[in-house]
Structures are given as C-alpha cells and as structure tokens.
Design a protein around this ligand. Structure first.
Ligand code: ATP
Length: 246
C-alpha cells in the first residue's frame, strides 16, 4: 500500500486461519493500521490481494466487507456515548436488518417483528459477553474497560466470522488489560470466533495469540508463535526493546 511516495506496507503475506487469534505487532508507524484498512476496504491496495474464505475481497466497499463477515473496532472508542448499551448494539444490528431503520421508524408490521427478534438477539449477545446487567446504562457512564468491551460487543452484533481489533487495550491499566485478555478468550470460545488484532500490550499478545506477525517500516520482519517471536533477535531489536505504548 503506497501513499504517494510513502510505501506504508510492502509485500506483506499474512494468513489468519479459522479459529485462531492472530496478532500484528510492530513499532508506531510500522503499517499495522494501514494493513487493517486494506483488509476492511478503507483503502484499495496499490497492488496485492485480500482473500476471505477463498473469495477475492480486494477493493470491495467497507459495508460489503462487513456483510461478508468481517467486523472491526478502532484505536479510539467510537461508541454512541449518549445512548444505552443496548441501543449501541441494536444500531450495529440494524446494519443487517433487511428493511432498514426507515421502515422500523414507520412501525411497519414486518419491521416490528424483526425489531423484536433483533432485541432478543442483542440480549443474548450482551449476556454472552457479560454486559447484560448494564444494558440500560448510558455508554459514557461505563468504566473505560467496559466501554471497550461494549465496542467489541457492537462489532459482534453484525455476526462476523472474523473480528479485527485495532489496539483493544489502548489506554488500559494492567487490571483492565487482564480483564480484556479474558474477554477476548471468552469471545473466541462463545462465538467460535477468529480474531486478528493489532496490539502493543505484550502480556496480552503473548498470552492469547496462536500466531504473531511483526511489521517494521512496512516490512514483515518475523512471524511465528509467541515463544518464537519472544526469542527473535530482529524483533527484540526493532520492537520489544522499546517501551510499550511509546
Ligand atoms: N492516508 C495516509 N496518507 C499518507 N500516509 C499514510 C496514510 N496512512 C498511513 N500513512 C503512513 O503509512 C505509515 C504507516 O502508518 P500506520 O498508521 O499504518 O502505522 P501503525 O503501525 O498503525 O502505527 P500506530 O501504531 O502508530 O498506529 C506511516 O508512515 C504513515 O504516516
């Protein structure tokens, strides 16, 4: 992926296998978010291909890619802060509603039925992720860690097969990071989910990843299991030697 004269990601080949948690790590500016943006259709790669379940999804529009089963969260929290936990998840669910928000607003009978079914599905989702007791709380009133959990729950409301998490532990203290680690593990099991994440918190990455890819200046410098990555000298030099969250 080039931006004018800048090659943000160069010659990256990366596989995320079904049922795995795969992490993409690397120093600031290494090209991680650009890689996510290419996968989710925000950018069309200058060259190369993105395959999802064997289908070429290169250059599809973001909403089309979401419909095919890829959901994502962002580095910064993007909740509807004044809406409740339930409403935040319901809005995401509407993306998949056949009749759309307009017919729901008109209270057409088939829209009402679908709305009711959606509410049930959202309640089931919130129960699975441990947020059901907070469903009527306003999003901004939740502690930071739970706002992050809600963002992930909202991404799950589109029934993805693959979940992309862009620095889910950004700004978290060790306690919140540890809770997030359990949260992601739980999601993987509850939803039989495949997870591809960018993360700087090495405790989290090393504990839950099946495979890790390391980018530096847009180039892949290493890939392997957490043990292999921890011992890789190129990685230590490029990344693990620098302070986390730098
Ligand atoms: N839209 C854009 N236009 C021009 N250059 C861009 C654009 N997006 C990213 N870049 C450049 O691409 C390179 C990679 O940036 P990117 O944000 O992908 O890195 P990153 O690894 O996600 O960093 P961070 O950990 O800070 O989020 C940087 O040099 C950045 O300035």
């Amino acid at each position: 992926m080039r931006f004018g004269g800048v090659t943000a990601v160069n010659d990256l080949t990366l596989h995320v296998n079904k049922g795995q948690i795969v992490a993409l790590i690397g120093p600031n500016g290494a090209g991680k978010t650009t890689a996510f943006n290419v996968v989710t259709g925000v950018y069309t790669p200058t060259s190369g291909k993105i395959l999802f379940n064997g289908k070429d999804i290169t250059a599809l529009k973001p909403h089309k890619i979401t419909q095919l089963g890829i959901a994502r969260t962002f580095q910064n929290i993007r909740l509807f802060k004044e809406l409740t936990v339930m409403e935040n998840v319901l809005i995401a669910k509407h993306l998949h509603l056949k009749h759309g928000l307009f017919s729901t607003a008109l209270h057409l009978p088939w829209a009402r039925k679908e709305e009711k079914e959606m509410r049930i599905e959202c309640e089931e989702l919130l129960a699975k992720v441990g947020l059901i007791d907070l469903k009527e709380e306003v999003a901004s009133s939740l502690p930071y860690g739970q706002q992050r959990h809600l963002e992930i729950a909202r991404a799950l409301a589109t029934n993805p097969k693959l979940l992309l998490l862009d620095e889910p532990a950004a700004g978290m203290n060790p306690q919140e990071t540890s809770e997030l680690t359990h949260f992601i593990k739980n999601i993987k099991n509850e939803f039989d989910m495949t997870v591809f994440m960018i993360e700087h918190h090495m405790d989290l990455v090393m504990e839950i990843s099946d495979a890790i890819y390391v980018l530096d200046f847009g180039e892949l410098i290493a890939q392997g299991t957490p043990d292999q990555i921890q011992q890789n000298e190129k990685v230590i030099a490029a990344y693990l030697g620098v302070e986390e969250d730098a």
